[in-house]
Design a protein around this ligand. Structure first.
Ligand code: GLN
Length: 198
């Protein structure tokens, strides 16, 4: 059974996520309209600028439908800005954002690593991804400031910051696996969406 996974196409590495999802065995398509949310088995929220994505989602009348679908159990994977959008809370010490889509019981801090260095790479072991650690590319990335009881940390940097989390069928990483050609994070998400579909 081939799953249909959407990629929110408002901003960011849309094409790279489509390619990674197809390579992981899913049918992938760009989502820009509320009606396109209807028949999805899962959705990817690419990185970009989370404040801009929220504004565009409002303009495209996607904000409430997205919130409802996420709350209703749609499997979603958010990368970088996508992690911020999936967070229930944004740390007030980080850069503010008017709203998120919510879903994962975490507090994120926007541009958290960015204050030290704009971008860097590091190998991060991710629970649920077998084999070698994942080469994680961080670009003005958030970190998870606090993991609430409903969420689970899946990966931590050498500096001790949580950068991958899961809650039910929701997955989020601070980094950009679509940039490295390593399909394992996308494959993990496709398997999560398959399990959620039953
Ligand atoms: N700094 C961006 C934000 O806060 C995220 C960066 C990214 O997605 N690469 O929204």
């Amino acid at each position: 059974m081939v799953l249909t996974i959407g990629v929110l196409g408002l901003q960011g590495d849309v094409r790279e996520h489509l390619r990674a999802l197809e390579a992981a065995g899913a049918d992938a398509l760009v989502v820009r309209r509320p009606a396109e949310l209807e028949h999805l088995d899962g959705l990817v929220l690419p990185g970009g600028e989370s404040t801009t994505i929220v504004k565009l989602a409002r303009t495209f009348e996607l904000l409430e439908p997205l919130r409802e679908r996420i709350a209703g159990g749609l499997p979603v994977y958010g990368s970088c800005a996508g992690m911020i959008l999936l967070a229930d809370r944004v740390d007030s010490g980080g850069d503010a954002i008017e709203a998120t889509f919510g879903g994962i019981d975490i507090t994120v801090r926007r541009n958290a690593f960015g204050r030290q260095v704009d971008s860097f790479e590091e190998d991060v072991a991710i629970d649920g991804v077998d084999g070698a650690a994942v080469r994680a590319v961080f670009i003005r990335a958030p970190w998870v400031q606090q993991v609430g009881p409903r969420a689970t940390a899946l990966g931590t940097t050498r500096s001790g910051h949580v950068v991958a989390v899961r809650q039910g069928a929701l997955l989020a990483t601070s980094f950009h696996p679509e940039m490295t050609g390593d399909l394992r994070v996308h494959a993990l998400f496709v398997e999560m969406a398959r399990a959620a579909r039953g």
